[in-house]
Design a protein around this ligand. Sequence first.
Ligand code: C2E
Ligand code: MG
Ligand code: MG
Ligand code: MG
Length: 289
Amino acid sequence: RAKANARNTVQAYRPELTRVVQQRFELTHALRQANEAAQFRLEYQPQVRLSDGALIGAEALLRWRHPTRGPISPAEFIPLAEDTGLIIPIGRWVLEQACAQAARWQGQPGKPQQVAVNVSARQMRQSDFADTVEQILLDTGCPPQALELEVTESLLLEDAEGAIELMTRLTQRGVRVAIDDFGTGYSSLSYLKRMPIQTLKIDRSFVSELSSDANVAAIARTVIVLARSLGLDVLAEGVETAEQAEWLRREGCDWAQGWFYGRPAPAEDFMAPAVELPRSETRRRLQLA
Ligand code: C2E
Ligand code: MG
Ligand code: MG
Ligand code: MG
């Protein structure tokens, strides 16, 4: 009887399960077609220097418009692309587009002189990843210094030796490496001293709670100090208010990115954020005026 019950339970779940599997199957199929039908495009979000608001770069963010469902968030389709291996051709396309754009922007005032590209662990584990990046840099004429790769902590933990080797090779070429979403992964601080990285990106979840949670503020402050003492640049993600920007600047954070400075936008619509003067300077000017 127990067996019969168990079977009933399984059957009861089946329609649900089938629907989830079916949806995944359909989305995978759509994703495969999207790659061929040019449904992807990149948007760029400004990254600024907190001390004076100067534009220092932009992060390339992938966008997918599904023919019937409309825009689908990368948070939904990137994991699927990773599971199915589609992230390999898609990620390659992203790198090509972003490097070509960075090359076009070189020397243009008001345009980002560095482009940051998100790279998934699966992409970086491809044995020819470094060759691919070097070839794309050559083909597009993008200077290596104009490319920053954003990797997550999980990559570093899965295959630390391989990651160190790969990142050493790329950074020797002049490509920069940033740790994305710092503080959210299963981080092990020990890798920080061994990894050839240049930037820590403080995750947006810390920035959004700066003013409401003293513990969060303490963590953010500590990450800034940690990065600086390791000689790394530190960028805060998801800065939405002037208060957050001011707090981060005061605590010695170098760079910021977020809606306060600009939303992601297509390359042709890219606008440098209006340079924000430090408060004292603004006051002085107002008094003069
Ligand atoms: P991420 O790399 O941490 O990118 C930052 C995300 O925060 C982006 O979401 C961006 O639109 C959003 N954001 C920026 N400023 C603000 C703000 O002030 N407030 C709020 N609430 N959000 C802000 P998006 O574009 O939806 O991308 C989500 C994630 O998808 C990215 O997180 C990244 O992990 C992944 N992703 C995006 N493009 C690519 C890609 O080309 N390749 C890979 N492998 N992953 C990508
Ligand atoms: Mg990123
Ligand atoms: Mg991030
Ligand atoms: Mg994030």
